[in-house]
Design a protein around this ligand. Structure first.
Ligand code: R5P
Length: 309
């Protein structure tokens, strides 16, 4: 594809290579120097006049990956790129979308505005924690969804009496999107967070008794939310079959915690956390990102790829 360059940061080089391969272009030449004090300095070459896509999710280590993203965007801009799009499939800090106590920062707004301030014309994200991210941004944001990719991974094994379960109220809309694709009803857990790594399922609304259940969420971090939901389902006579999330940064022993639940865990390769635990099923979003980039490069609508209503 002429005039298009894919620049991969260090957060998920495998995904950047897979996107470039889908598009049939070689990844752009780039380097990342690391200094003894922790600073990084990227260099990009031969992007003058190009429509450049910097692929750099901001999963763990979030701050490192975010700063590297900003510097890569700046490097592309200074190297004469014609247009720069930050492709950040997992957008770290998106959960800091409101202040729960006076005196806190609004991390989502700061992070999304920093991307535009660094020189990105556009930001492409996949299933952000809160779609309000777009409203917080100073520049253009396109939000595409991996729900069709993940629903396809479920459909063969999930039919009949199955129910989709949102592990908290915030995931109810997401569960509805899966439900619309899979033609199944939705149940919702009301959770309360007791610490950074543990949550309590207070209540479960919906018919789950005797049904196969699939828990869906935007992300799994420590696994606390998922664990509480699965245990609540078991306590109410459901048969938890799978857990599905777009993003699986899996920190603080989440992989072991999830392994103990004995259910299928399905995530995408958005964050690039490696190595993936053996029990994890990983669906690639490279074709989704390539489809979005093809449309953006050709100034065509993203419509059917977007999260939608
Ligand atoms: C929160 O509302 C998110 O949608 C996820 O449910 C949450 O961030 C997952 O975190 P953890 O795996 O640490 O419970």
């Amino acid at each position: 594809m002429s005039g298009l360059s894919i620049v991969g940061g260090s957060a998920n080089p495998a995904l950047a290579r897979a996107v470039a391969a889908e598009l049939g272009v070689p990844p752009a030449q780039s380097d990342l120097d690391r200094f003894p004090d922790g600073e990084v300095r990227p260099t990009v070459r031969q992007v003058r006049g190009e429509d450049v896509y910097v692929v750099q999710p901001t999963g763990p280590p979030v701050n490192e990956n975010l700063v590297e993203l900003l510097l890569f965007v700046d490097a592309c801009r200074r190297a004469g790129a014609g247009r720069v799009t930050a492709v950040v499939p997992y957008f770290g800090y998106a959960r800091q979308d409101r202040r729960s106590r006076e005196g806190q920062a609004l991390g989502a707004r700061v992070a999304v505005q920093a991307v535009a301030a660094a020189g990105a014309d556009r930001l492409l994200v996949v299933d952000p924690h809160n779609v309000a991210l777009e409203a917080m941004a100073a520049g253009s944001v396109d939000m595409v969804t991996a729900v069709p990719v993940l629903a396809a991974a479920l459909s063969s094994a999930f039919a009949g009496d199955g129910v989709l379960v949102a592990p908290d109220l915030g995931a109810a809309k997401l569960a509805e999107r899966y439900a619309a694709r899979l033609g199944r009803p939705v149940a919702v857990v009301r959770k309360s967070r007791t610490s950074a790594t543990s949550v309590r399922a207070e209540e479960l609304v919906g018919e789950v008794q005797g049904r196969r259940a699939v828990v869906v969420d935007d992300m799994i971090s420590t696994g606390g939310t998922i664990e509480a939901a699965v245990r609540a389902l078991v306590a109410r006579g459901a048969v938890p079959e799978a857990v599905v999330a777009t993003h699986g940064p899996l920190v603080a022993g989440a992989a072991e915690r999830l392994a103990g639940l004995g259910v299928r865990i399905v995530v995408t390769d958005s964050t690039g956390v490696a190595p993936a635990p053996p029990a994890l099923e990983v669906c690639s979003i490279a074709p989704l990102l390539a489809a979005a980039i093809t449309r953006l490069h050709g100034n065509r609508s993203l419509d059917e790829l977007l999260i939608g209503a």
